[in-house]
Design a protein around this ligand. Sequence first.
Ligand SMILES: [Zn+2]
Length: 136
Amino acid sequence: MIDELPEPMPDLDSLPFWEGLKANELRLQKCSACGALRWPARAICNRCSAFEAEWIACREDARIASWIRTHQVFAPAYRDRVPYVVVQVVLEAQADIRLIGGWQADRDPVYREAVVPRYSKRPSGTVVLDWAPREP
Ligand SMILES: [Zn+2]
């Protein structure tokens, strides 16, 4: 199955994030001590060093921080998909949380434009995070 897209490999720290995508929710880890969001999920808060955390359905509003049009075929399954756009977004809920995802629009992204998540279900059942322009 060389032409299948590479699949995410959730671990104990990231599993709730991937389960959230399947439920069409952007779930992130939130520090129980200081309230900071943690991304990527981790055992200890990088702001206050607390261990305790909970998973929340995060506010989804975000803005384009950066983007790139990829022409390189990094895996055989992408051979017929290049070029494609990958975006980095910054969450409005916390400015130091930046997420990577695919782009769903017929045009290029614009720096700082408002975007919303798209929960893209693959034939395998895996849901991945894409982004699309926020409609006015
Ligand atoms: Zn903390």
